[in-house]
Ligand binder design. Sequence first.
Ligand code: ZN
Length: 273
Amino acid sequence: MTITVKLSHDYPFSPENVWTVATDLGHLKTITHGLLNFRNLPRGQIYKGQHIKVQISLFGKLPYQPYEMTVLTCDPATMSFHSQETGAGVKSWDHALSVIPTKTGSRIEEEITIDAGLATWVFAIWARVLYRRRHAPRLKILEGLANSLPHDRSSEAPETEGEQAHKINGFHAHVYFDNTSMDAAAKLCEQAAQRFGVDLGRMHTRPIGPHPMPSCQLDCTNEQFSALLPWLIGNRGDLSILCHGKSSNHLADHTRNAFWLGEPHSLGLSLFN
Ligand code: ZN
């Protein structure tokens, strides 16, 4: 007997940030705490082919039981993964997750197919509760990421839709790198964060979202960006950097609101259609 549970949650944050949080095992531990406690859970981003053996405890109170997860697919370019889990009375727990860009940010769509024999329906109810309860703590983590920026949008007058589409609320600078330029990129990004107080993302060692190469993101307010840009131009060396404005339109941000320092690359824009 199998039951499939479908869930969808909207987030007012960029697909890149939502994907980063959704695939981070450290965040998984934080957002399920109290409902599901883990032992031996590794750190970092999940990756294709990863096999994880953990101990889990319902509510952190019931006895710990062995549980295994295998990441069958994990593609940062399309921002989707598929994992298979088993243990703790569950024959198979099949989990597919995608992050989809929306007009106001992004959406997580999840599909969980459960086989736990006669107890399948109990686990299906449990899955709904568990994945719904993840939403609020996940929002908190994302707000924490966004709040490291001093910009406060709530105090501004409401705008019409047309104005919103053209309003630039800060910039991203995505520093691209490969194996040979990874150290230079890391150094440049760390210096930029120290000098200008911009928000430093992680080093994505694989393509993510529309970015066809490994990259690291600098997230800036408009004010920070005006100071950062001349410094980036003078200090980027041979690194390619995609600079783009942040409006409510992700496609526009990666086309007409974007420009390159150094060699340009083709972006995966089909993601935004
Ligand atoms: Zn960006």
